[in-house]
Write a protein that binds this ligand. Sequence first.
Ligand SMILES: NC(=O)c1ccc[n+]([C@@H]2O[C@H](COP(=O)([O-])OP(=O)(O)OC[C@H]3O[C@@H](n4cnc5c(N)ncnc54)[C@H](O)[C@@H]3O)[C@@H](O)[C@H]2O)c1
Ligand SMILES: N[C@@H](CCO)C(=O)O
Ligand code: NA
Length: 820
Amino acid sequence: MKVLKFGGTSVGSAKNIQQVASILSDYQQSGQRVAVVVSAMSGITNKLIEVGNRAASGDETYKSLLKDIEATHLTAIRELIEVRRQSKTIAFVKLLLNDLEDILRGIFLLRELSLRSLDILQSFGERLSSFIIAEYLSQEGVPAAQLDARAVVRTNSVFGGAKVDFVTTNSAITKYFAENDKMQIITGFVASSESGETTTLGRGGSDYSAAIFGAALNAKEIEIWTDVDGVMTTDPRVVPTAFSLQQLSYEEAMEMSHFGAKVIYPPTLQPAIKKNIALRIRNTFNPSFPGTLVTAKSGQEDWPVKGISSIKEISLITLSGSGLIGVPGVSSRLFGALARGGVSMILITQASSEHSITFAVAPSDAVKGKKIIEEEFFNEMASGKVNPVEVEGNLSILAIIGENMKERPGVAAKLFSALGKNGVSISAIAQGSSELNVSVVIEQKHLYKSLNALHEIFFLSDMAELNVFMLGLGLIGNTLLNQMKDQAEYLLTERNLRLNIVGAANSKKMIFNETGLDISLSKEEILAEGEASNAELFVEKMIEMNLPNSVFVDCTPGESAVKLYENILLNSISITTPNKIANSGTLEYYLKCQAAAKRRGVKFLYETNVGAGLPVIGPLQDLRRSGDKIIKIEGILSGTLSYLFNTFAAGMKFSELVKQAKEMGYTEPDPRDDLGGVDVARKILILAREAGYHLEPSDVVVEPILPQACLDAASVDDFFVELEKANDLFEKQRAEAEAEGKALRIVATLDEEGKAVVSLQAVGSTHPFYGLVGSDNMVVFTSRRYFSEPLVIRGPGAGAEVTAAGVFAEIITIGNFLIN
Ligand SMILES: NC(=O)c1ccc[n+]([C@@H]2O[C@H](COP(=O)([O-])OP(=O)(O)OC[C@H]3O[C@@H](n4cnc5c(N)ncnc54)[C@H](O)[C@@H]3O)[C@@H](O)[C@H]2O)c1
Ligand SMILES: N[C@@H](CCO)C(=O)O
Ligand code: NA
C-alpha cells in the first residue's frame, strides 16, 4: 500500500484533476493499491475563512463570495463529469453548499465566528474536492470512493489544531481499509472529535493526514504530489541553476523546510517518520520526474552539502557587556524574557569570551525584542555592566545543509572562502554540533550573489561561471571579444568554465544581460539595443547588479573609467586592464587601488600595461616576492617606437611609417603618446613602482623626441601634417647613427637610485637592443640574483592580438582564483 497526497494546486482545476486522475489510473492499472489524500482546491480554504469573517462582521458580501466558491466547484464538475451523470454529482454538491450556506447564515446572525465554526467551514473545501475527484475517477473506470476522514480520524476537541488520538484512529483506519477495497479519496486536514464534532489538524494539515494514514496502514511509501520537481538544491527563483535532489534524509528535509524550502513541512510527517516510512516528493505536472526520496538516510555520500537555504529578512540583536562574563543565568534570563514576550529566535551565537550574545529574530520582532531586553537588564544597564542593546537590520541568513558534512573538514572553509572572494562579510555564524547546518548572517543586498556563488561552489563543482563586464570595444576590446568567442566552446567543455559577458559598452552605448550576451554576434549587433553609455553609468549598473564571480575588463584609453577602479575593487569586483593610466598616474591613486584590492581580497591585474602580452610585470613581482632586489631595468618598451626604428631605412618617410604602425594596431589611439615618449614613460614608471620605488610621473625624465609643433597639433590628423614636416629631421638622425654603425632606439632605464629616464640613443651592433625586429620589446632586469647575466624578456610588445590575449589570460586567472 502507498499513500498519495495531492495538494491544492494539483486539484485546483478540472484540468489539473484530470492530470491527477491519469496518475491514479496508472496506479490502478499497475495493480498497486493506493490511498489518496487530497487538499481543497487551491484558494478555497482561504475563501472559506474569508467568507466566515465577512459573515461574522455582518458584511452581506459574504453571499457573493459564497457564490464564488460554489461556482469554482460547479465549473469543475461541468468540465469533468459527463452530462448524464452530472445531476447526481451536482445534487450532492448543492446539498453540501446548502449546509455551508446555513452555517454562514447562523454566523451572520450571531455575528460570531468561533474556532469550532471555523473548523466546520474549512472542512467543506476537502469534502467538496474529494467527492468530485472520486466521482470523476469512477466515471473514468477507476473504482473510487470518497472517504470523509471525520469517520476515522479521531481527535480531541481543540478546534483549529486538534490532537490526534492515534489508538482509536489507527484501528478505525485499518478496519475501514479492510472492509473497503475501492481506491479511497480521503479528505485531508479534517477529522472529528469523540463527540462527533468537526475538527482540523492545523498547519500542513493534509500532509499530516497523509502521514496518519500512511502510518496506520504501514504504507511502503508516502508520495507527496506537488507542483514542483521535488526538493531542490536551493530556491530556483534566485538561483537559475538549482536542480532537484534525488535523495535526502528526514533531518535534512527538516532543516531545509525550516529555512524556507516550502515543499514539505516535516513536523507534520512525524507519524510516518517514526515508522521509517519513505517519503517521495513528486510533481503532478511532471509525473516522469521520479521524485525526491526522503528517508532516514542522507544518501549521496559524496555530497557534503545537500541544500542551501536562506531567510531573506532578519534582524540581529546583540547583548554585550562585562556583566555577562562568567555569570550563570544570563542567557536563561535573556531567553526566558524573550520567550515570555513571544519573540522567537532564529539563530543564536555566543563567543566563548561570554562578552556578548547575538541572536537573530524576524524584523517584526526586533523592536519588541530590544524593549524586552532593556526591561530585563534595566539594572545592569543603569550600572554600565551591560551595554545598550544593539539592533542591526537589512540582514539575511544563509545556511548550508547536509548530514554528510559531519566530520568532514573543509566544508565551512569553502563556504567562507566563496563568500570572502565575493566581498561578502559575515556578521554572525552558527553551527550546531550535529554539523547538519552552518548558518551565516550577511547583508541582505548580498544574498542573491551569495546564494549563486555558493550554489556553484557546492553543486556545480564541474562547472564554473564567470561574469565579465567589458568596457571599451575598440581595437583591443573587440579583438578580445573575438578571442573569447573562439575559445568559449573549449573553455566550456575542457575547462568547465562558462564566460558570461554580462555587460558591454563603448563610449556611445551600453548593454547588460544577467544571463550573458550573445557573443556570436558582432559588437555592433550586441550593442544595437543598448542605452546611452558612459563609464560612470556602466560601473554604477555593474555594482548594482551585484553578481557573483564578477570581473571588470577596462579596454578604454583615458581616465574616465580609471577614476572608478578603487570603488570597483572596494565593491569586490576584480579588474584586468591594458589601460596604463591608473598605474602611471599619481602615486597616491596607484597605492589606493593596490590597497583596495588587498583589502577586499580581489584581483587587480594589468600585465598588458608593459610589453602587452609579454610576461613582464608578473616576473618582476615574482622576483620581489621571492626576496630578490632589482638593481637596474633597461628596456625597449614601446612596440610602436621599436617598429619605427627597426624598420626605418634609407629612402623611407618617417611619417608614413608612423601611419603604418597605427594601422597595425601598435600605437596608442593618439600616436603622439608613443612618439612623444609618454607611453614609454608610463611603462618605466609602472615598472619602477612594481620594483618598489615610489615615483611620481614627474620623476620620469623624458628627453624630447618630437618637435614641439607635433605635440601641439590640435588633432591626430593635424599631428600627421606636422610630422611630415619633421621627416628630414628624423632622416638626419638616422643617417648619422648609421654612419657610425649604430641604430636609433628609444631606451627606458631605471637605475639603482630609482632614477627613471627615457631617451633616444644610438646603440652599437653588439648591444642587445641593436638586433630587435618588428614591434619587439626587450626588458633587461639586473638584480642581486640576476647579476652577471641579467634576466632578458623579449618579444612582440604591441598589437591587438597579443594584447587581447594577455587580458584574456588574466580573465581566466581571475576565474580560477574566484572559483576554486
Ligand atoms: N594597442 C596595443 O598594442 C595596446 C597594448 C597595451 C595596452 N593598450 C591599451 O588598450 C587600451 C585600448 O586601446 P584601443 O587601441 O583598443 O583603443 P580604441 O580607441 O580602439 O578603443 C577604445 C574603446 O573604448 C571606448 N571608450 C572610450 N572611452 C569610453 C568611456 N568613457 N566609456 C565607455 N567606453 C569608452 C571606445 O568607444 C572604444 O570602444 C588603451 O588603454 C591602450 O593603452 C593597447
Ligand atoms: N602603444 C603601445 C602599445 C603597447 O602598450 C606600444 O606601442 O608599445
Ligand atoms: Na606584459
